[in-house]
Every structure is written in structure tokens, then in C-alpha cells.
Design a protein around this ligand. Structure first.
Ligand code: NAP
Length: 489
């Protein structure tokens, strides 16, 4: 069979129409695959940028780096892109690249089982489909983590998770509580500090804050990006940003490196120089190393928490009551709105979908100890099933779009084995995954993420679940699969 004929006949299902699912659909279409279906549980593309709409939502990766390589965007308004602009960008791309007809919206895949050499999928509404290849592009942080706080259902005001923001609820002049000090909580506090009559930031653990500049692009700059394609491409791969990414990943991998010392000095100086009240400064001072939790980049958080309406509350939350939040010191903090910036279940990936591989092995059993996949992409006994941004990938402080594109480059080469008729089934060998996983865990324990703090990077055993090597190592791995690591049947 020629590759071309293979691409025409193979049935490919992509799960999810967020950034990575859209990328898959675009690339598959360009490569000549004719039988592509994308299933999307919601009614629009965009994934995380569709679901997160909270005030202040901004990506902390520079705008021009946070774009598909094939669709640079001269119109970004700011150095860091606002969430709504990113959503519009993805919607524009979905139209421009003609992938909307491939997407079945409002169709959530609930089961995906490998039987008789094909994947059989079913949606919540009962639609069934058969695929030769499945691409799971279901994202990482999409299942909200609700805190177990006594009385949480008793609150009489508005209470919601930040990824389920209720835009009907007025904010101006309101008494607002934000629970959580991750990237989300910090951005919300920065956005609402002058809108709320009272803004209480409930902090269980303080965060190190890396200062960043986030100014608007001038009209002249945008015009230059529009008229000079080489400049626009340069902005996408801006040397200073790339150097920062390299420095940052080197720092993560080697906590004793000069790069990490530089990060530590910068965040410490940010705290010391920009928080004037010594008592507040001590409240905001973490007792663990910078970048152990996912480092927060903010141009204005310290400014925000020093606004008159804002108070950082460090007393433990003991309950939520009808009128507000009660803390362990016995005080009731009366509120109109509570935003739960309490993060996500980062170990879910495709789940709760019921996925069953070759020989009846359930993904839930395969992942009973922890989510794992060879190079974040392939699993033994799950043939022709490939993940974008799967477990153990380099999810960190840099462009996930770039990471997904590199992963696609790798997956495409695996697909080619099937399309060209060299084999019918591709999945990583058990031993290759075991070797990868052992080396990964060994390296992960030595990264900054394993230096002694709680974070969503850690698995249930307290081991960092992320990519523990440098960005360059990832780029090298993604350049070409080592086919000897794969079962090609
Ligand atoms: P997160 O980093 O997991 O932070 C959750 C926060 O909630 C933590 O401060 C946690 O405290 C607190 N918390 C959880 N349960 C609590 C409870 N029962 N009582 C009090 N506090 C509680 O979640 P996130 O801020 O949503 O961010 C998740 C990730 O999304 C980020 O790390 C980032 O990767 C991504 N994100 C990116 C951007 C961006 O600009 N690119 C923006 C937003 C989010 P502890 O620290 O004590 O556990």
C-alpha cells in the first residue's frame, strides 16, 4: 500500500478540539488523511481557553511564542496574551484551516476500547464510531479540584471554581474571597484589587513571584509585524525568550546551577523590594525553593496585594458558612462572592473516559500506580493510540503549543509506519516504557520540583510527574522515534 492510499483509507479519531486536537486535525488534513473525525465535548474549540474565562486570565508565555508555528499572529495586543484573545485566535485558526467540518461538537467520548484490531468509541449521547488510530488531545488541567471545606454548600452568595466563572455575578463593589494562590488566584487578585470593595486572598501557602513586563504592543509595532513577515517569525522564536526557556529548564533540572541561583535571587529581590509592609512581606515569603511549585510570573501581584481593599489571610479556613468564610481564629469573613482558585486534578488526562487496550487492559489499571507513557506519547497494549501533552511531558512555564508541535512531528512518523503499510499496529514495547519510566523517576527526584513542597507536579507518591530533563533533550527525542523501542506488528 502506498502511504497516500493508506492516509486516504485510515480512520483517525482525534479526541478534543483544544490547541492540540486542532493541531492534529490541521496536520492530518494537510498530510492527506481523508477520514478524520474530531470529537469535542463542548460546543466550541479552544479547550482550556474556552473553559477559563476568569478576570485577569493571561498566558504567561509571550504572545508570539504562544502561537502555532504555521500561523503567526501580528495582532496580539500585549507582550503576554489575554485569555480571550487566545480563544479568538484558536477560533480564527479553526476557520482558516477548514477543520470545523471535521469536528463533532457536544459529543463527549465516554469509552474507547481496542477490539478486533480497531478502536471502538462511544459518546455520551450513544454515537458509536470505529477508528484505526486514536489521538488523545484531551489536555492536562481540565478537571477542577474542589476543596473539601465543611459547609461549602451553605454559602448564600455566589461560589464557583475559577474554570467555571459565572459572568452573571457582579464583581464591582462586592466583597470577594479568592481561595488559592496558584497562577490563577494571583491573576484574579491582580485583576480585581481595584474593583472589589473588599478582596480577601486566602493563602494556604505563599508563592515565589517572578516579575515580568506585560505592556501593550504599540500600533507601530503591530504594523511592523503585519508588514514584515520575517520580523513576525523572528518574534515567534525570539532569541531572548528561547534563551530564557533554556536557562529555566537547566535550572529546573539542576537546582544547584547558577541559573537557579539567578532565579532565586530575582524572586527574592522582587519580594524584598516591592512589598513595603514587613508583616505582609513575611506572610508572602515562601519557606521552600523558587520554582518548586510552578513558578508564578506576574507584573503586578505585589502591587495588587498592597491595595487598600486587599487583605491576605493566612489563618486556616475552618468552614464556609452562609455569610462567608470562617477561619481557625474564629473570625467570620463576610463575603458576596467566593472564587475557588484551587486548581485541577492533574492526573486525569483522558479520564474519566473508560479506555481499554489490547487484551482487555483498562487504562485505570495500567495507571493504578501513576499515569505513565513513553515520552508522554505511547503506551504498551494501547496500539495506535497516541497522546499529545500526555503524562510525563514537559508541562511547565513555556509554550505548550511548541511542545505539542514537536510531539506531533514524532507521532506523524509513527503514523507513517501504518499508512505506508509497514505494520498495522504501533505501540511502545513494555521494556522500553519501563526503562524510560525508571530513568525519568530517577531524574525527576533530583529536579527542583522534588525539593520539598506540595504541588500539582507531584504524583500520589510525591514524585514529580513531569519531564525531568532539559528542553533540548526533549527536542532531540522528538526529532525521530527510535523504532527499536516500538512493537510494529
Ligand atoms: P494550583 O497551582 O494547583 O493552585 C491551587 C491553589 O489552591 C494553591 O494555592 C493551593 O494551596 C490552594 N488550595 C487548594 N485546596 C485548598 C484548600 N482546601 N484550602 C486552601 N487553599 C487550597 O492551581 P491554579 O492556580 O489553577 O494553576 C494550575 C496551573 O494552571 C498552573 O500551575 C499553570 O500551569 C496553569 N495556569 C497557567 C496560567 C498561565 O498564565 N499560563 C494561568 C493560570 C493557570 P497549596 O499551595 O497550599 O496547595
Amino acid at each position: 500500500m502506498s502511504s497516500e492510499a493508506g492516509r486516504e483509507s485510515l480512520r483517525v479519531v482525534v479526541i478534543g478540539a483544544g490547541m492540540a486536537g486542532m493541531l492534529s486535525a490541521i496536520r492530518l488534513k494537510e498530510s492527506g488523511y481523508k477520514n478524520i473525525k474530531v470529537f469535542e465535548k463542548a460546543d466550541r474549540v479552544g479547550g482550556t481557553w474556552r473553559e477559563n474565562t476568569y478576570p485577569g486570565l493571561t498566558c504567561d508565555v509571550p504572545s508570539h511564542a504562544y502561537t502555532y508555528s504555521f500561523e503567526p499572529n501580528p495582532d496580539w495586543s500585549h507582550i503576554m496574551p489575554p485569555g480571550a484573545e487566545i480563544q479568538s485566535y484558536f477560533e480564527m485558526v479553526s476557520r482558516k484551516y477548514g477543520i470545523l467540518p471535521l469536528i463533532e461538537f457536544n459529543q463527549e467520548i465516554v469509552s474507547c476500547a481496542y477490539r478486533d484490531g480497531v478502536w471502538q468509541l462511544a459518546t455520551k449521547s450513544g454515537q458509536k464510531t470505529t477508528a484505526d488510530i486514536v489521538i488523545a488531545a484531551t489536555g492536562v488541567l481540565h478537571v477542577p479540584r474542589y476543596p473539601h471545606i465543611p459547609g461549602i454548600d451553605d454559602f448564600e452568595g455566589a461560589l464557583f471554581h475559577t474554570s467555571r466563572w459565572d459572568h452573571q455575578v457582579p464583581l464591582d463593589g462586592m466583597r470577594i474571597g479568592v481561595i488559592g494562590t496558584g497562577s490563577t488566584g494571583v491573576q484574579i487578585v491582580s485583576a480585581l484589587c481595584k474593583r472589589a470593595s473588599k478582596l480577601l486572598h486566602f493563602q494556604r501557602t505563599p508563592q515565589w513571584i517572578m516579575p515580568i513586563e506585560n505592556r501593550p504592543f504599540t500600533e507601530a509595532e503591530k504594523e511592523a509585524f503585519r508588514s514584515d513577515y520575517a520580523l513576525l517569525k523572528y518574534m515567534q522564536n525570539e532569541p531572548e525568550y528561547l534563551a530564557n526557556v533554556e536557562r529555566f529548564t537547566n535550572a529546573i533540572v539542576n537546582p544547584e546551577s547558577p541559573e537557579m541561583a539567578e532565579i532565586e535571587a530575582t524572586v527574592l529581590h522582587n519580594l524584598e523590594a516591592n512589598v513595603t509592609d514587613p508583616a505582609l512581606r513575611e506572610k508572602l515569603r515562601p519557606n521552600y525553593r523558587a520554582a518548586c511549585k510552578r513558578l508564578i510570573f506576574s507584573p503586578d501581584f505585589y502591587h495588587a496585594v498592597q491595595q487598600p481593599a486587599v487583605e491576605v489571610i493566612t489563618d486556616k479556613i475552618s468552614a464556609i458558612e452562609a455569610k462567608g468564610v470562617r477561619t481557625a481564629d474564629g473570625k467570620l469573613h463576610e463575603l458576596d462572592v467566593i472564587a475557588l482558585a484551587t486548581g485541577f486534578h492533574a492526573d486525569r488526562f483522558m479520564r474519566p473516559m473508560n479506555i481499554v487496550g489490547r487484551g482487555g487492559i483498562a487504562l485505570n489499571d495500567f495507571w493504578a500506580d501513576r499515569p505513565k507513557a513513553h515520552l508522554a506519547i505511547s503506551m504498551p497494549d494501547f496500539p495506535n493510540f497516541f497522546m499529545l501533552n500526555g503524562p510525563n511531558g514537559p508541562v511547565g512555564n513555556f509554550s505548550l503549543i511548541d511542545i505539542a508541535e514537536q510531539q506531533w512531528h514524532y507521532i506523524d512518523q509513527l503514523l507513517e509506519q501504518i499508512a505506508s503499510g509497514k505494520c498495522r499496529e504501533v505501540c511502545v514495547k513494555k521494556q522500553a516504557l519501563e526503562d524510560f519510566d525508571a530513568a525519568r523517576i530517577d531524574a525527576a527526584k533530583k529536579t527542583i520540583f522534588g525539593s520539598g513542597c506540595q504541588s500539582w507536579y507531584l504524583d500520589d507518591n510525591g514524585v514529580p510527574a513531569t519531564w525531568p530533563w532539559t528542553q533540548q533533550h526533549f527536542i532531540d527525542e522528538m526529532s525521530e522515534p527510535k523504532f527499536e523501542d516500538y512493537e510494529l506488528i
